[in-house]
Design a protein around this ligand. Sequence first.
Ligand SMILES: Cc1cc2nc3c(=O)[nH]c(=O)nc-3n(C[C@H](O)[C@H](O)[C@H](O)COP(=O)(O)O)c2cc1C
Length: 142
Amino acid sequence: MHVIAYTSESQIPQAKLEKSLSEIEDVAQKKNSEMEITGALFYLNSRFLQIIEGEKAALEDLMKTLHHDPRHSDIVYLKDSPIEKRSMATWDMEIFNLETDKKQSLKTLQIITETFQQNLFDEKKTDDNADMLISFYKSVLK
Ligand SMILES: Cc1cc2nc3c(=O)[nH]c(=O)nc-3n(C[C@H](O)[C@H](O)[C@H](O)COP(=O)(O)O)c2cc1C
């Protein structure tokens, strides 16, 4: 089992954002469940933070597709590591638009916290950890 987390710059015009995110969600949920990929996608201030879990080869295939998607650019890897088990096993691809999302449930908070503690925390990359934590907790405080 493997995890990849990255950030990217959205190229989606604000007027099309809602429609585009729901199109991404539809295709991602279908394809990810076929590929046994789970994860979450956060949107805030024209940036994405995505976390994907699954077999390494499946994640690498998806990353190839994502590198060619004109709806975002400037992909920066935060994490690309083996993990013992999934943290987001029930999410084919859960999308959080942090600019509009309402309060998250306690269950969502638990999953996000567990993901961070189990699979994303990196002792060497303190600044990246801080960025990720802030994004996650914004999702909770909104
Ligand atoms: C930020 C972002 C995240 C995405 N996440 C996924 C994803 O998790 N799974 C997925 O299948 N497609 C995702 N997509 C869409 C893919 O880039 C691609 O459009 C889709 O997989 C269809 O690819 P295909 O036409 O080659 O089948 C995402 C797109 C963007 C812009």
